[in-house]
Write a protein that binds this ligand. Structure first.
Ligand code: 9MR
Length: 579
């Protein structure tokens, strides 16, 4: 049994045990003790939060119930976004290997957690494997997917041109790629930021997820599994480019499909008109791919570059082909964007690095100090950050003095976010809860990761770990937001296959959207007789399938997760024998 499969079995056994909420030593398990439910790496910060407690001290107990460490709880005041009175425990100096729990003076205990090395390995592998499970068109094989095997759906060989394409008849073949999210659409804008973020990981660590580490159909082909998985999306993206270089915005049905398996979701699918945003994100992704794949696959590298150049010239000739909203008869995700400075910057930056041509440099030079950390809708608001990360790479032809300008800005952003952590009751870098808020945390963690990569400064690594603590359970909901990883994890995600496949556990390895104060799904929940438990922003999360605004999954939320975990884990031992 592979280690992550073992983990899932362990998790199921643990859940059954958990139902009793009573452990061997007659103490109550309480989720008001907010820990990282995976655990804490040796020599990393080890902090947890307790909400609304009278206790002033804590103990760490081992599996036999022996007390092996003690500490005090520090008052951190009230957190407005969660309405909690917050105390912090810190056992960073405790570095024994093993499985432990926290116990408070009132005898309440936490879920178990580990202290060890390479603790995120299984989470990283399943996090990336979730992209394989999201593959469209092809059969998902038992050999790679276990119980999540399924016949392929959406051949996408006949996708009708919607009138927004300017064509009144005809169709196009556009198979493959990943399902975007819980729905069955494919959207170029979101595909762009997703593959861009994942390629950026390969740029800083070309060895992570080496061949065989992921166990996908391409494992054993002598090429990196991360690049193999991303290529599945790139191949689809290339089918969305028109002969003139422009790129169609998306491929979806007119309305969202019902909660059925892919083979049963057979409504007509449409290619929607081209947009400058899609074309620029495509150009940037292809330009990145051209240089990162060329070592293993020179022909593919050249093809990507040619596609990128064609897309770029279309965008230069059509800079205002805005996708401001969906056409009247299309109800699927809009991914609308009319402010495209970041998209132009990202595409120009990647083309500069891949071609070395000054004309691209001229377009970015005035913005070298312009990196921002923006919360909300990364696919719309901060694709340029990927360009900045790429420009720092040793592969970038940018002059050292110019790299320094970018690095200074990166570090000042990382410092200010670290400062937010220091002063925040929960010690988190983001206090803003909109659609996909978990990805805002994860994109902050990406920033810390890049800062650590270029400086080696451990402070940034600590900030990265603390941000992951939030994702894995040190948050106001008490959930670890990754399906299948932690003691209390989402079970009813807004994801068609997970709901329709008849299997109790959702697909593992997904990041759910997380708390979202806008709660666009209240009507949907209300019709099902359900409602959010609390009106507060940091607790606006509900583990119900109707909650598309807080409990959906999405490729662009898993991408920064993979970036950070991929940076942390050592996948070199995970060698699989391919038959
Ligand atoms: O992640 C997107 C979020 O930023 C938008 O506010 C929201 C509404 O437009 O759409 C989200 O993306 C969804 C997309 O439109 C359709 N597929 C599922 C995506 C995740 O919920």
């Amino acid at each position: 049994m592979k280690s992550h499969q073992f983990f899932i079995v362990f998790f199921i056994i643990f859940l059954s045990f958990q139902c009793s909420q009573q452990d061997d030593s007659n103490t109550m398990v309480s989720d008001k003790i907010r820990i990282n439910q995976i655990g804490y790496e040796i020599n990393s910060p080890k902090r947890f939060i307790v909400s609304d407690t009278e206790s002033e001290a804590f103990e760490i107990i081992n599996e036999s119930g022996d007390v092996i460490h003690e500490g005090i709880l520090i008052d951190r005041g009230e957190w407005k976004s969660s309405g909690e009175s917050v105390k912090l425990g810190d056992f960073s100096t405790f570095n024994d290997y093993g499985t432990f729990r926290i116990r408070l003076e009132d005898q309440e205990t936490s879920y178990p957690f580990q202290i060890g090395s390479n603790l995120y390995l299984d989470a990283a592998i399943d996090g990336l494997k979730s992209f394989y499970l999201q593959r469209m068109t092809i059969d998902i094989d038992q050999k790679y997917a276990g119980v999540y095997r399924r016949p392929g759906g959406h051949p996408d060989t006949v996708c009708y041109f919607h009138e927004s394409t300017g064509r009144s008849t005809g169709y196009k073949s556009s198979p493959g790629g990943w399902y975007d999210a819980g729905d069955y659409g494919k959207y170029i804008v979101n595909a762009g930021i997703t593959v861009g973020t994942m390629l950026a990981l390969n740029d800083i660590n070309p060895y992570v997820f080496q061949d065989g580490s992921l166990w996908i159909p391409e494992s054993g082909n002598g090429k990196n599994d991360l690049l193999d998985e991303i290529k599945f999306e790139l191949d689809w993206m290339r089918t969305m480019q028109d002969d003139d270089g422009g790129v169609f915005h998306k491929l979806t049905t007119k309305n969202f499909e019902g909660f059925v398996m892919p083979v049963e979701a057979v409504n007509d699918r449409y290619i929607i008109g081209k947009s400058t945003a899609a074309t620029l994100d495509f150009a940037a992704s292809m330009a990145m791919a051209s240089r990162l794949y060329k070592e293993f696959d020179p022909v593919f590298g050249e093809t990507c570059l040619a596609s990128a150049l064609k897309a770029w010239s279309w965008a230069m000739n059509n800079p205002e082909a805005y996708y401001a909203k969906n056409p009247e008869d299309i109800q699927t995700g809009a991914y609308n964007d009319v402010i495209l400075d970041e998209e132009f910057f990202w595409a120009a930056a990647e083309l500069y690095i891949s071609t070395g041509e000054e004309k691209y440099h001229d377009l970015i030079q005035d913005d070298l100090s312009g990196m921002e950390f923006r919360v909300e809708e990364s696919w719309r608001n901060y694709v340029d950050n990927i360009g900045y990360y790429s420009l720092l790479s040793p592969k970038s032809p940018l002059k050292e003095a110019d790299k320094k300008i970018i690095e200074d800005r990166l570090l000042s952003l990382a410092d200010s976010l670290t400062n937010v952590i220091e002063n925040h009751p929960y010690r988190i870098p983001v206090d803003h809860f909109k659609w996909g808020s978990n990805s805002d945390f994860l994109n902050a963690a990406v920033l810390f990761t890049v800062a650590h990569h270029y400086t080696g400064d451990l402070l940034y690594k600590e900030s990265m770990y603390e941000t992951l603590d939030y994702i894995f359970g040190k948050n106001a909901t008490g959930y670890s937001f990754i399906t299948g990883f932690g003691s209390k994890t989402p079970m009813h995600i807004h994801h068609r296959q997970s709901e329709a496949d008849g299997i109790l556990d959702p697909f593992p390895g997904f990041v759910v959207g997380g708390p979202n104060i806008s709660r666009q799904d209240e009507g949907n929940l209300g019709s099902a007789g359900k409602e959010y438990e609390s009106p507060l922003p940091a607790r606006s999360y509900i583990d119900e399938v109707e909650s598309f605004a807080s409990n959906e999954i999405c490729i662009n939320w898993n991408a920064p997760y993979i970036f950070v975990l991929g940076y942390l884990v050592d996948t070199s031992d995970e060698t699989l024998i391919v038959e």
